[in-house]
Write a protein that binds this ligand. Sequence first.
Ligand code: PMP
Ligand code: GLN
Length: 381
Amino acid sequence: MIESKLPAVGTTIFTTMSALADECGAINLSQGFPDFDAPEALREALGRQAMEGHNQYAPMAGVLTLRQQIASQLSLHRQVRCDPHSEITVVPGATEGIFCAVMACVHPGDEVIVLDPCYDSYEPAIELAGGRAIHLPMNPGDFSVDWQRVEAAVSGRTRLVMINSPHNPTGSTLSLDDLLQLETLTEKHNLLVISDEVYEHLVFDGEQHHSVLQLEGLRQRSFALFSFGKTFSVTGWKTGYCVAPPALTAELRKVHQFVSFVGVTPVQLALAEFMGKHPDYPATLAQFYQHKRDLFCRALEGSGFTAVPSRGTYFQLLDYSAISDAPDTQLCEEWTRQHGIASIPISIFYENPPEQQTYLRFCFAKSDELLLRAAEILCRI
Ligand code: PMP
Ligand code: GLN
């Protein structure tokens, strides 16, 4: 009847696991979203903006006051200057921005280097563009990147490298040295970069986030993607932005205007208003989430799980090899049904999962009380 353009794709693991958690009444540490609300002033602003009649189409690139706030946040938090008119595009979620960036630059037959475990939306976008994802595994153990291996995978068809830091699902981060190596490599081989930085503010232990926007050479060839969903605990508002040099932005917008055209107007106005009044809000997030990570990990001391240090994001990998040698997908489902605790298996983010893949991902963007209840269950497994 219809020949699938994505024959290998099913329903995402996040949708599947949240549905299973609901069905089983399990504690849901699977799909990444906070169980607490966004700042009241932000929610109040959204209601008011809608009531005041800001309910028609926004400009295609996004409400200008929001783009101006984004530019001042980039200046405040990253010390980079961006032109709101030609370099910043508001998108209805980073997922849409990533999709549009891939569509804008991948031609049929092009190769795109992705690093496994790799966020689930990247490869379908590459395939729909007619490209081919070249999967390279991150180093086992610490999930660092072997840039020599990346360079060895570059061919005459390579167009793009996709990176994600802080990294979902592992919680690893790229250092300044990583970005310098990427800069050298992409300049040498004339490659573009999509840099997924949606967890930019969730970096722990006094470390700094390193953005492609901070290295001039890298910035000139990069689409950097961000999400308000993570920063302001409004994943359901599906709003983010892409920062890219004018020539890349122009191409991104050509696609964006025919995928969604615009993001939601009152949401953009509410975000702009809140950001104007609370420019330092993102700087509070690292400490807030580090507390949750530490609470969860401390409560697991004495359990059979080993926590892989999470340096960023709101995810914690737990190694269960001391408890079971069953596949992560099987355990994930069993433990949701039998123990009432839902997580995410990470083998599914690989083209070729390592033989012994014994990690599950747990989201700690939850109330302290829920995290302690979850840890209590895990300690009994
Ligand atoms: N990239 C990564 C690594 C993510 O974890 C997510 C979502 N949680 C996204 C992109 C998509 O963000 P958004 O919800 O803004 O589309
Ligand atoms: N990015 C979220 C996660 O990693 C899920 C988003 C989605 O469900 N597509 O859990």
